[in-house]
Design a protein around this ligand. Structure first.
Ligand SMILES: C[S@@+](CC[C@H](N)C(=O)[O-])C[C@H]1O[C@@H](n2cnc3c(N)ncnc32)[C@H](O)[C@@H]1O
Ligand code: SF4
Ligand code: SF4
Length: 373
């Protein structure tokens, strides 16, 4: 039964996959959308562009305004919605109302947010469970108080850990499988030595972890905190230590996550590795700021490229506006633009698959704007 469902799902995805393969400047509808519910924050994390560098206006989207934006979208096409951008979504006093609204409009959309969990007290957790949030990613970048608080400036280790434990407990009490809880751990020089300890902590809590590579956005500051200054042996040593721990704990999910970062040496960021690697995001996703600007993705944090403002326009027109089409055209030229070159996102695996298909059926090359090797 599961196999049939998986098969049907992949057939449903076919038009989207083909759109990505064709890579025409005008794209079909995105299926993964971020609407930034808060563009303001209660922390000033060491690695985050928000802390000192972000210039665009700060603020929060009101429920009525969220509705105005959301109601302009084609709900049948959207599969995922993220309520977090640059800023802390739980600062928005209407966040639960917003999540509920999306669920009432379309039950099938996967609703998730990323949070620093400072405001994730029992009341907030209860509300988020009740409104049917599907996934919650909690940014927790250290396994000890010292490291965590050095990175997450303004937060308190014990408070956030307690909040996570309370959410886990509440889910049990309320017999709710949702939201799925995943720890986000951004890998840096400061915290890589705590990977094994983090593995232990996450395993003990019975939740999942995703390890994010640091994206270098500021030349000096981010270089100082990235793994770049460390020797490869040292990086490998810490990752192997964590792998050993995950094996001992027989935690396959954490192990798989660690094996993934072992492959890249903990870095996909700004290393030059991905300069020319294909990225399909502009065909499938976009990032809408709290004040309505449609950006290609979160890496254009200051609106360096904007397709236009959704408050004043129609989504379909803006999604395929001249700016959007030009942006996509440049994406297929091979060379990434400056911000793209610093981003770790790449779809080399899908690209390889498309390349194989075009080898078997060379005629397909004629239907694509991308050059397949
Ligand atoms: C921008 S925050 C917004 C949500 C919320 N305020 C939080 O901290 O979870 C989303 C995620 O981006 C991560 N992040 C911030 N700066 C980053 C960088 N330079 N490279 C990689 N991830 C980064 C954060 O650690 C966090 O997990
Ligand atoms: S809490 Fe999130 S948005 Fe705020 S500074 Fe930290 S990483 Fe950035
Ligand atoms: S390469 Fe990165 S910055 Fe560029 S469009 Fe893709 S996800 Fe966005």
């Amino acid at each position: 039964m599961n196999k049939i469902r998986k098969y049907l799902r992949s057939i449903k995805k076919l038009p989207k996959t083909l759109d990505v393969y064709r890579s025409k400047p005008a794209a079909k509808y995105p299926f993964d959308i971020t609407i930034e519910c808060s563009g303001t924050c209660n922390l000033r994390c060491k690695h985050c562009i928000f802390s000192e560098y972000m210039k665009r206006g700060k603020g929060i989207i009101k429920f009525e305004d969220f509705k105005k934006l959301f109601d302009k979208l084609d709900l049948k096409s959207i599969e995922l919605i993220n309520f977090a951008g640059y800023g802390e979504p739980l600062i928005n006093p209407e966040i639960a109302k917003i999540v509920r609204y999306v669920g009432t409009r379309n039950k099938k959309i996967n609703k998730y947010l990323v949070t620093n969990a400072v405001l994730l007290n029992k009341e907030m957790s209860r509300k988020l469970i009740l409104v049917g949030l599907d996934e919650i990613y909690i940014s927790f970048d250290g396994a000890t108080k010292k490291t965590y608080e050095k990175i997450r400036r303004g937060s308190r280790f014990e408070l956030v850990l307690e909040n996570i434990k309370d959410l886990i407990k509440l889910k049990k009490e309320m017999s709710s499988r949702k939201p799925k809880i995943i720890i986000y751990f951004t890998l840096m020089k400061d915290n890589i030595s705590e990977l094994a300890k983090m593995t232990e902590l996450v395993d003990r809590l019975g939740i999942e972890i995703q390890i994010l590579p640091l994206v270098i956005r500021r030349d000096k500051e981010d270089m100082d905190i990235s793994l770049k200054g460390m020797s490869k042996e040292n990086i490998r040593k810490h990752i192997n230590e964590a792998i050993k721990k995950a094996k001992k704990l027989k935690n396959k999910k954490i192990l798989a996550e660690l094996e993934k970062i072992k492959k890249t040496g903990g870095m996909t960021e700004a290393s030059g590795t991905w300069d020319n690697a294909p990225c399909y995001s502009p065909w499938t996703t976009c990032f809408i700021t709290w004040d309505g600007e449609i950006l290609p993705c979160c890496h254009f944090w200051d609106g360096q490229i904007s397709y236009g403002n959704l408050f004043n326009g129609n989504f379909n027109e803006l999604w395929n506006s001249k700016t959007a089409r030009n942006f996509r055209k440049n994406c297929v030229k091979g060379k990434r633009n400056t911000l793209c070159a610093r981003c770790g996102n790449q779809n080399s695996e899908s690209y390889k698959k498309f390349c194989m298909i075009t080898k078997i059926l060379p005629v397909l090359k004629n239907f694509s704007d991308r050059s397949y090797k």
